[in-house]
Design a protein around this ligand. Sequence first.
Ligand SMILES: Cc1ncc(COP(=O)(O)O)c(C=O)c1O
Length: 382
Amino acid sequence: MRKYRILTPGPTPLPEEVKAALFREPLYHRSQAFKNVVKEIQENFKKLLKTKRVPIILSSSGTGAMEASVVNFFKPGEDVLVVVGGKFGERFYKIAKKFNLSPIVYEIEWGDYPKPEKVEEFLKSNKNIKGVFMQICETSTGTFYPYKEIGEVCKKYDALLIADGITAAGVYDIDFDNSNIDILITGSQKALMTPPGLGIIIWNEKAHKRLGVNKNYKYYFDLEAEYKNQVEKYQTAYTPAVNLFLALNEALKLINKEGIENIEKEAKLMSKATLNAFREIGLKPLSKNPAIGVSAICLPEDIDGVKLVKFIRENFNMYIAGGQEHLKGKIFRLCHFGYIDKFDTLNQISAVELALKNLGYDFEVGKATQKALKVFAESERS
Ligand SMILES: Cc1ncc(COP(=O)(O)O)c(C=O)c1O
């Protein structure tokens, strides 16, 4: 029997409590029972993000929430700065372009991270820039972006910071009210341990003043309508993905019970174990500033990453992620967030070792897994 293991940086595995919520009869979305769930989700999110602001839950994937941030807080013709250092930075650029903003690109090499000084140069030389769009973790390269420092710069130049935290919320202790982020986006299928299908967006008082600046180009993603419904009435404007809401509520309870500080610490440890494990057998991380939730590891020239991922899938029924766009075949990516623990990390590393051996990479099998195990043993002692 080959056990199914989904260890990608989204979707992630589901805890039993979350699975049980998915199997329930759907609640009627205008009932008091459902309103109670919406209220609970809001309270759980406030606790997780340490904020007084209320998150808005959209029945869409994370990209829907990205689109909502563009169409609700900006209007056609406005200058915005977009950090493009991977697939998801590119996506923000494409959305901004599609809705006729005037995006200016701060392009960085994939694996590199944006520098606050450089963002300042952009904002200083163009006082019309109304917002800066970027990821907290660029999932395609496993890179962490210094959002607090960049947020300081945005504040100084009165530009909003729109942070895509789709693979950061629920991994990092974001502390929204003290984060310098004006608009934060996340999605259900990553660290929030819920299936794909919910996009979440939360914004501060400053951003709220710009809500509705654009009267066009939106209907389903009208955040004024959602805000009125969700904040004032604990219901959504249209029929929501009811069972995903129920599932998200269960997941948030588990996350808050564990505590975001502990979750962040554990992700850091899994990331350290993974990076050290692969260094031990000559493989380096792609990123110059690795994120703790996703590790992107470079492969030797003669090893095809597409074959590596396929070998693991076909032989072990385990899913890990490969590279995207020009990194396809050149890297593989392992996840350390959501319902994934140290022992999943060891499985991921062992599976990659077996695949590398099968594809002809010359190294001592077991060395990487052993290194990870040693990192875990050291942390147990300390
Ligand atoms: C950083 C980041 N942004 C945006 C997205 C897009 O989210 P979705 O696939 O839920 O639309 C992803 C998904 O992997 C992501 O990791």
